[in-house]
Ligand binder design. Structure first.
Ligand code: GLN
Length: 552
């Protein structure tokens, strides 16, 4: 176990969805501002080994790490807030934990012992938390335990955290994230659900050190004192977390209630360096407020398919793209207004497509399968012919290639092997190693995943945007532009401006600016590397082009 390392566990009470991930990221941010190197860890209690096999309407976006691990979207929040790349060790699921214990048992790793949840699962969890703490130079782990107190699924993780606190007195803190409702008819903020949640946590043998109290409004002194007395937590350790406009304000808000100092006092850690008071972060906030409060808007249509279960899921499935669009818009100084269009609506083409004229830019994100494909192809043809800025991501690139092949190069019925194997023009195909995996129904974590390098063509839109010749971007797909057709596909205006270093895999495709104001699509997922303090150059270029179109 790492000496002097500190651990902060964040658990949720009352109900889910009150922003535990943002709180975890924000605690990390304020410690980072004080010179600490933090190691955020997300624990997901589900039995899936990773998030890769889940439908986005089930669990929101699968965020992909550099390594290729497909995980929860909170990992994306951590990366964006803390501006660091996370590693496999920083993500833990029940599936991973149980799988390794069972695998070890099968290999006689427990030397004939009876293998049980206590102690073996608990030990495996502590072991994994410890491995995550080994990040070079990190001083503090902030570990978010998914779910809510009272769930059966996360009990083992809370139990592991309890034991860790016993083993390392003074090094472990518990933060309970709670919610105080203000029922309409009463008009009064109620603390009872919080009291009950803490009591439940107590019954697991855990006493929280800090309570972050989410509510519509700020907590008053009286409420803080009431929680303090009933939950045995100091009143000044009850942090008020009212609803706010932007998640990026949360670290600043926490500091208003002195959270940074409280954490450091409790952990008996001296200030590492002078507190930067979140200087860079505040600069970003100012820039975003200016853009949001200004008169200039940019209207971007996102044409996708994972909005079937209503508005809430919709933003969840594309969260990194939404954030990336925001960062670049703030950078350019405009307010982004996003419009969600379901691709199925365009399946028949026709007059409906004309409504696309109202938007300054159109983005087609990643996707899988057949639904809404013809609609997306119609949309791409329309924006290409009508010179509306287009940004395609992953499936959005593959479809741009198919559309161009069909309508410009007259390759009849050109398609992807994902949909139609019986065409002469399989311009998007499956690679031989992938074919083998699918044959064996080996779906989990077997796509082309994680970071791969690419080289860029001199003078291309991509190269000018990145301002370099070599890049590295994160991937998540099974299919690729078919190398057999690359020559034919590039026989007119379409250029493959980014390829793998050996030139075999197509990474970026674009039309020259003399033919179209902005038509660029990428095989990778640039959104996973967009950060508040480092907006992604391709998103920024897309927003700039969209703003320009608006002016015309
Ligand atoms: N379905 C496509 C593939 O597997 C694209 C995947 C994606 O858009 N993430 O290659």
């Amino acid at each position: 176990m790492k000496k002097n390392h500190k651990y902060i566990f964040v658990v949720g009470g009352v109900m889910s969805g009150v922003g535990k991930g943002i709180a975890t990221s924000s605690i990390g941010k304020i410690l980072q501002a004080r010179g600490f190197t933090v190691n955020p860890v997300k624990i997901d209690p589900y039995l899936n080994v990773d998030a890769g096999t889940m439908n986005p309407t089930e669990h929101g976006e699968a965020f992909v790490l550099e390594s290729g691990l497909e995980c929860d979207q909170d990992m994306g929040n951590y990366e964006r807030f803390l501006n660091i790349d996370l590693r496999d060790e920083d993500y833990i699921t029940s599936g991973m934990v149980y799988k390794s214990v069972i695998d070890r048992e099968r290999n006689l790793g427990y030397k004939g012992k009876c293998v049980e949840a206590i102690p073996h699962i608990r030990e495996e969890i502590i072991d994994r938390i410890d491995k995550a703490a080994q990040r070079n130079g990190s001083n503090v782990s902030i570990i978010e335990i998914g779910g809510t107190i009272g769930d059966y699924q996360n009990i083992m993780f809370i139990e592991a955290a309890r034991v860790l606190k016993m083993q390392r007195p003074g090094d472990v803190l518990f933060v309970m994230m709670s919610y105080l409702p203000i029922p309409n008819k009463l008009g009064e903020m109620k603390s009872k659900p919080t009291q009950n949640a803490i009591r439940l946590l107590n019954s697991y043998g855990v006493q929280p050190d800090i309570i972050i109290a989410r509510s519509e409004k700020p907590l008053d002194k009286k409420r803080k004192e009431k929680i303090a007395v009933s939950c045995s937590v100091r009143a000044d350790h009850v942090i008020s977390a009212p609803d706010i406009e932007s998640i990026y304000d949360v670290p600043v808000n926490f500091e208003k209630d002195n959270l940074g100092e409280i954490v450091l006092d409790l952990l008996d850690s001296k200030n590492k360096k002078k507190n930067t008071n979140l200087k860079d972060w505040k600069k970003f906030i100012t820039k975003s407020k200016k853009a949001l409060g200004g008169k200039k808007e940019v209207h971007i249509a996102v044409v996708g398919k994972y909005f079937d279960t209503g508005d809430f899921v919709l933003s969840d499935a594309y969260i990194s793209i939404i954030e990336a669009l925001k960062f670049s818009s703030y950078e350019v100084g405009v307010k982004p207004v996003l419009h969600w269009l379901s691709s199925k609506e365009f399946d028949k083409g026709g007059a409906k497509l004309k409504q696309l004229k109202k938007y300054d830019g159109v983005l087609i994100p990643g996707g899988f399968g057949e639904t809404g494909i013809e609609g997306k192809l119609n949309v791409i043809q329309y924006v290409r012919e009508n010179k509306i800025p287009y940004f395609g991501i992953c499936y959005g690139m593959q479809l741009a290639v198919i559309e161009y092949a069909r309508n410009v190069l007259k390759m009849k019925d050109a398609n992807t092997a994902e949909i139609n194997l019986n065409t002469k023009y399989t311009v998007i195909d499956i690679m031989p190693d992938q074919k083998e995996r699918l044959k064996n129904k080996d779906y989990g974590a077997t796509m082309r995943l994680g970071s791969y390098p690419a080289k860029l063509k001199k003078g291309s839109i991509a190269q000018k945007a990145y301002r370099k010749d070599k890049i590295s971007e994160r991937h998540r797909h099974r299919y690729e532009v078919n190398p057999q057709f690359v020559e034919e596909l590039s026989s007119k205006d379409l250029t493959f401006s980014g390829t793998s270093p050996n030139g075999k895999l197509m990474e970026i495709v674009e039309l020259p600016t003399s033919k179209h104001p902005f038509f660029l699509a990428v095989q990778f997922h640039p959104e996973f590397q967009a950060r508040p303090l480092a907006p992604h150059p391709l998103f920024t270029e897309f927003i700039k082009a969209s703003v320009k179109k608006k002016k015309k």
